[in-house]
Design a protein around this ligand. Structure first.
Ligand code: STR
Length: 416
């Protein structure tokens, strides 16, 4: 797995390889280097070379290009055995059969039920529960923060999305701390690979048991609906239901933590903008959309593979090569968002046309759900604690050593 193009961190404009730092020590610098490396850039992920797309316009095209597929067997480095399950990022790609890993008509078959369950109209029914969870977690935040510093991530931003996706998919609350712990270890690059593979097996045992139980006793959760679904007369297999369930829990949980925390962080770092929101001059929607653009929960999305040569500008993605989508760089694209794309500015003219939820057939089915969660969590948090502030200087907040997600170790605050 030694990369022939191994390069130092960074790249010359338009050339070279950007080596993605597993420790995420300089995310803004890396995002800028990716942008400078061109619309289509070469990156290296723990010794494995790939292309990445760093601009809005090119991503928009490639994300609807049927010559790019998610099936890992289309990957040359996998077929040749150069990449194996010993590679720490393999779990982001080889995640079982689900709507996340399949394309075309089969993909529609796997995805329809889930996207139907997550339309803005259907989500209205979840609102009272999300408000209830939010209220309960704010109570524990108040309790744990009454004498000083409290971790907004551990007490609020992490458990809220897990409860919501748990309720949606029918995962009992007692199981949720176990899931949060396992996913944290799954994403962290500090976890040894044998441990990561073992925990993925343990998660599979858990999810298969859950699906069998819901098969015996269906509830009104989406897991039961997936078991009972018949798209075009063909029910999903047990593996497909498990795959979708896993994808929903992992995605629904991890990404929304980033959205909520990154929004709080941006507002606390821009008190003038926070004022505008608290005074009612600007809506929370603007905060949410600008956070999604400026500080995307997903840094890099792995991976698609070329089934034939695809020319892009002066480059060619060769058959069998892997393509990452670098959403954080795409959100900072000056062609799309103007010369001040690096500035957090909730007064940008709406709508902010960001691509953070993807584009094309695989566009995030949970987009509306995450927006509802953030639109409940953020005003409730600042409504209850208008004097909320960071307990450490902003530049002391640490990113987690996670290569694909933009998430923080902890978020110590004083409730004020
Ligand atoms: C984690 C491991 C697993 O069991 C299943 C999946 C499929 C969905 C993936 C998820 C993964 C990792 C995080 C992803 C999510 C879809 C959206 C989320 C990539 C591989 C994002 O970060 C956007």
């Amino acid at each position: 797995m030694n990369c022939p193009h191994a390069a130092a961190h960074g790249a010359e404009p338009g050339t070279g390889t950007v080596v993605v730092d597993p420790m995420v020590q300089d995310l803004d610098g890396e995002t800028a280097r990716l942008r400078d490396a061109g619309a289509l850039a070469r990156i290296e992920l723990l010794g494995v070379p790939a292309w990445t797309v760093t601009r809005h316009a090119e991503a928009r095209q490639l994300l609807v290009d049927p010559r790019l597929v998610k099936d890992i067997d289309a990957w040359g480095l996998w077929r040749s055995g150069a990449v194996t399950r010993a590679w720490p990022l393999i779990g982001m790609i080889d995640a079982g059969r689900s709507m996340f890993t399949v394309d075309g008509a089969e993909h529609r078959r796997l995805r329809t039920k889930t996207s139907q369950a997550l339309t803005p109209r259907r989500l209205e029914a979840l609102r009272p529960d999300i408000e209830k969870f939010t209220g309960e977690l704010l109570d524990s935040l108040a309790e744990q923060g009454k004498d000083g510093v409290v971790d907004l991530k551990a007490v609020f931003a992490q458990p809220l999305p897990m409860r919501v996706v748990g309720m949606l998919m029918g995962v009992d609350e007692e199981q949720q701390p176990m899931l949060m712990k396992r996913y944290k270890a799954f994403f962290s690059m500090l976890t040894p690979q044998e441990e990561r593979l073992a925990l993925l097996d343990e998660l599979d045992v858990f999810y298969y048991a859950l699906v069998r139980e819901r098969t015996a006793r269906p509830g009104d959760d989406l897991t039961s609906a997936l078991i009972l679904a018949e798209e075009g007369g063909e029910p999903l297999t047990e593996e497909e239901v498990v795959g979708n369930l896993k994808a929903m829990v992992a995605a629904g949980h991890e990404t929304t933590i980033g959205l909520v925390l990154n929004a709080v962080r941006a507002l606390l770092a821009h008190p003038d903008q926070l004022r505008m929101v608290l005074d009612g001059h600007i809506g929370w929607e603007a905060v949410i959309e600008e956070t999604l653009r400026w500080d995307t929960p997903t840094t890099h999305l792995l991976m698609r593979f070329a089934t034939e040569d695809i020319p892009v500008g002066d480059d060619v993605i060769k058959e069998g090569e892997g393509v990452v989508i670098s959403y954080r760089a795409i959100g900072r694209d000056t062609e799309q968002h103007g010369a001040d794309a690096d500035a957090f500015d909730i007064t940008r003219p709406a709508p902010i046309r960001h691509m953070t939820f993807g584009h094309g057939p695989h566009i995030c089915p949970g987009a509306a759900l995450s927006r509802v969660e953030a639109a409940i969590a953020l005003p409730a948090l600042f409504g209850r604690f208008p004097g909320l502030r960071l307990a450490v200087p902003d530049d002391e907040l640490r990113k987690l050593p996670v290569m694909t997600q933009n998430d923080m170790e902890s978020f110590p605050v004083l409730l004020g």
